[in-house]
Design a protein around this ligand. Structure first.
Ligand code: MN3
Length: 211
């Protein structure tokens, strides 16, 4: 990605306007999600790292893979807030105006590992529904080179499990509550049409190349 991937972390500008995801995700939800929720993770991560110049060159990925080696005073804050920044950057980058279709290497791999795109949709939707409380559903490339659906709580990432993220969906209530209230399933149905498959293809190819 093109943003500065070390301290001081920045709020990434969205590659689309706040209303670009309408009617699937309303402009107010996108604005609050980006400009308040994500900004808070960025600010809190920078505040945690500010007194520790020795960690200020580490990327989000390096921080998330080395949380256990950080001083106990900041390890929880770094885990939660670096995870919050990492997850939301990827979430916003893999969204866009409706109309993108799955294609390329990632579609081939989805067909290979799930049987069909529809099976993939069912499985990741169910994973998002099954996540109790707050968290994420993910499409990841596992260490055996297979695509897999997993779910993480809170702002945890698949990185410590050696899973390479390809696509994710936020199932915290703040991602959908203004428009969908408690209907997480409706939000998930409305997430599929606004996935930016060009970006998903890039994430997949990066994962596959680094295996
Ligand atoms: Mn969120």
């Amino acid at each position: 990605m093109i943003y500065l991937n070390h301290y001081p972390f920045e709020l990434i500008p969205l590659p689309y306007s706040y209303n670009a995801l309408e009617p699937h995700i309303d402009a107010q939800t996108v604005e609050i999600h980006h400009n308040r929720h994500l900004k808070t993770y960025v600010d809190n991560l920078n505040a945690a790292l500010k007194p520790y110049p020795q960690y200020q060159n580490m990327s989000l990925e390096q921080l998330l893979l080395n949380v256990d080696k950080l001083p106990s005073q900041i390890s929880t804050a770094v885990k939660n807030n670096a995870g919050g920044v990492y997850n939301h950057n990827m979430y916003f980058y893999t969204l866009g105006s409706a109309g993108s279709q799955p294609h390329g290497n990632v579609l081939n791999a989805i067909n290979r590992d799930f049987g069909s795109y529809n099976n993939f949709k069912k499985e990741i939707k169910q994973s998002g529904l099954d996540r109790f409380g707050s968290g994420w559903a993910w499409l990841v490339l596992n260490p055996n080179g297979k695509l897999q659906i997993i779910s993480t709580p809170n702002q945890d990432t698949p990185l410590p499990a050696n899973m390479c993220p390809v696509l994710l969906v936020d199932v915290w209530e703040h991602a959908y509550y203004l428009k969908y209230k408690n209907l997480r399933a409706d939000y998930l149905d409305n997430w599929f049409p606004i996935i930016n498959w060009n970006m998903v293809e890039k994430y997949y190819n990066n994962c596959a190349m680094n295996q």
